[in-house]
Ligand binder design. Structure first.
Ligand code: ZN
Length: 117
């Protein structure tokens, strides 16, 4: 269950951003995960909520965006989306590809309340 490690890492980023921006309360966190990372949204939400307990991000909504896998063929330069783990180029049938998207793990945005509004 690698969600625990990812949740810990992203919680650290969220909390430092909240501090940097002077947010006393984080209400919503938007994160992006590539399909290759294979994060289970429900597990991530649960683990993240536990991780940020007793912090300014306690009880925040977690919005998860999934980034589709996209690769570039090393043989012919074709870029294509990967579905059902078929990494072969749809033009030249080579399986020698570079990953362009699908590996992402990042905090896209955080929303919160400021003092006085
Ligand atoms: Zn190709």
């Amino acid at each position: 269950m690698h969600e625990i490690g990812i949740a810990g890492e992203l919680a650290r980023i969220v909390l430092s951003e909240a501090e940097r921006n002077g947010l006393p309360k984080v209400t919503k966190v938007s994160v992006c995960f590539g399909e290759m990372v294979q994060v289970v949204p429900d597990i991530f939400r649960t683990v993240f909520s536990e991780t940020v307990k007793n912090t300014v991000a306690e009880g925040s909504l977690v919005d998860i965006e999934t980034v589709k896998i996209r690769v570039r063929c090393r043989s012919c330069g074709n870029e294509f989306p990967v579905s059902e783990n078929d990494f072969r180029c749809n033009l030249c049938n080579s399986a020698d590809v570079d990953l362009i998207h699908g590996n992402e793990v990042f905090v896209k945005s955080i929303e919160g309340e400021r003092y006085g509004n």
